[in-house]
Ligand binder design. Structure first.
Ligand code: F3S
Ligand code: F3S
Length: 105
């Protein structure tokens, strides 16, 4: 699977969403998450993210390693919705993301 990591938090550019052929990039309150079972590893999302937040699972930098788990666990309660458009945005985040302070810009 591909993984969305911390540079997406409070950025949510959403360019990745338009590229995903299987609509497996789901919107949370502060970032987006890739469904690990629905992603078909096409790689289309990775180069279009202006924040460079997206990595193939084997290429996630060490400091972002927890996001492989965070993307997967975001779906613990959602299951496999089979498409982000049908589900719509979720007004919540993984607890580890909710605990990250909002950066002053
Ligand atoms: Fe986030 Fe980058 Fe997609 S900022 S919404 S992972 S294009
Ligand atoms: Fe979707 Fe392909 Fe990325 S299936 S999540 S665009 S790797």
């Amino acid at each position: 699977t591909y993984v969305i990591s911390s540079p997406c938090i409070d950025v949510k550019d959403r360019a990745c969403v338009d590229e995903c052929p299987v609509d497996c990039i789901y919107e949370g309150a502060r970032m987006l998450y890739i469904h690990p079972d629905e992603c078909v590893d096409c790689g289309a999302c990775e180069p279009v993210c202006p924040a460079e937040a997206i990595f193939f699972e084997n290429d996630v930098p060490d400091k972002e390693a927890s996001f492989t788990r965070i993307n997967a666990e975001f779906f613990d309660d959602l299951g496999s919705p089979g498409g982000a458009t049908g589900l719509g945005p979720v007004d919540a985040d993984h607890p580890d993301v909710e605990s990250i302070p909002v950066q002053e810009t």
